[in-house]
Design a protein around this ligand. Sequence first.
Ligand SMILES: [Cu+2]
Length: 480
Amino acid sequence: MQVIIKKTNLKKATNLMTIGLFVVGVLVVGSSLLTNNVSSPALRGEFGNAYSNVVNDSGEVVEVGIRAYEDEVEIVNGYKTKVWSYNGEIPGPEIRINLGDTLKVNFTNNLPDETTIHWHGVRVPNAMDGVPGVNQEPIAPGDSFVYEFTPKDAGTFWFHPHVRGAEQVERGLFGTLIVEDKISKEYSQDVVWILDDIRMTDTYQIDPNFVTGGDLMHDGRWGNVITVNGTINEQLEVRPGERIRLRLVNTSNGRVYLPSFGSLDSKIIAVDGMYVKEAFDLDNFEIAPGNRVDLDIKIPKDSSGKTFKVYDYYTRNNYQLAEIIVTGSTIETPDFDYPVNINIPDWTDAINNDVDISFKLNTFSGNGGMGMMGGINWAINNEVFPDNSDYILKYNEVNILEYKNESFRLHPMHLHGQFFKVISRNGVASNENYFRDTVLVHPNETVRVAIVPLDKGEWAHHCHILEHAESGMMNTIVVK
Ligand SMILES: [Cu+2]
């Protein structure tokens, strides 16, 4: 399935920096004629300050305690399921801070396994990113660790372990970090929906066979129980006239969602935490593992007593995700423009530029073709983590990356610590007017992205189908 998004007005950025750098672009055009390259300074100029490298520190420190431990929760009515939890909750804590606040998390590991926390999408200092073998030692059972950072972006983020993620995330270890700005407080409700699926046994326990050969041959572990916020019958109560910000987060190991809100007016205002350039209708938008989508939903004033059913259409078996129940008296709909980021660069003229790094999404056959658990080892450029080549991104410059999916499976590729923008799919300019931290690369598809890395260090880069990553589909990229 393709992402189909309404074409939006591709206005050129007209900020002063673009005009200033245009002169530089003209000067170097002579050397770029052979490859049709748009000059790197011109592209950097288009980026301008689309997202900032600094945040105004509020001076506030929000301190949160998180303990990971085994527990039992009710996911399916009438059954207790043994899980691994943050603070005994599935989903784990919904942490809310204001942009500019510092988050301090006192974390204790009381699991029977070592673990870490990775803050998905948050531009954290490298040492807070939580990836063993890259920037943090695993936290042993009984040990503690303090995560402390000041997010640079407002938006919807989530956190999960980066140790045996295919097992630990499936067992229930995930939570959300919402960084609020002024506009997020203007909505009549601001709600998180965590989309997750679990593979359960007939007694509603988590199937303990992780990273199976079948999972590896396919798109990872797809569950037989689909939940929203840890329950199979999530209901959101609203009043007529409300304007809701609904933050969808896909924490599944492998499942992709294609949600539909039926006749409800639902606009996408943010993808992967970052505001889009222009709000657009939620039509055929694929939410891959790791992705977040923020919706701006207006509940009709004349809808009291109605129930809106939210369905997923990604697979042939459409199923109900949740219900929005309208009840009570009508309120005045909060009136303000859609929150957007008009500074997002187009970069449409860069689609024929030279690629700085090319990643072939394929398999590793170095061990005679025998992969883990009788399946296959997924790889990037035929290499498996940590035996991979070194890759370097130029700090504060435009870098162009290419993903070439040489397989028949899905690979949602996630780069830590950075945001990028899709500029083309299969050579055709993309109309994605937003940044991402995770892009779904479809079977045999070639996707090019452009990125201005503003956060130095060595960052993990992997497929977010957790079984694919576990079998080796991961490497690191150094920003310097
Ligand atoms: Cu993959």
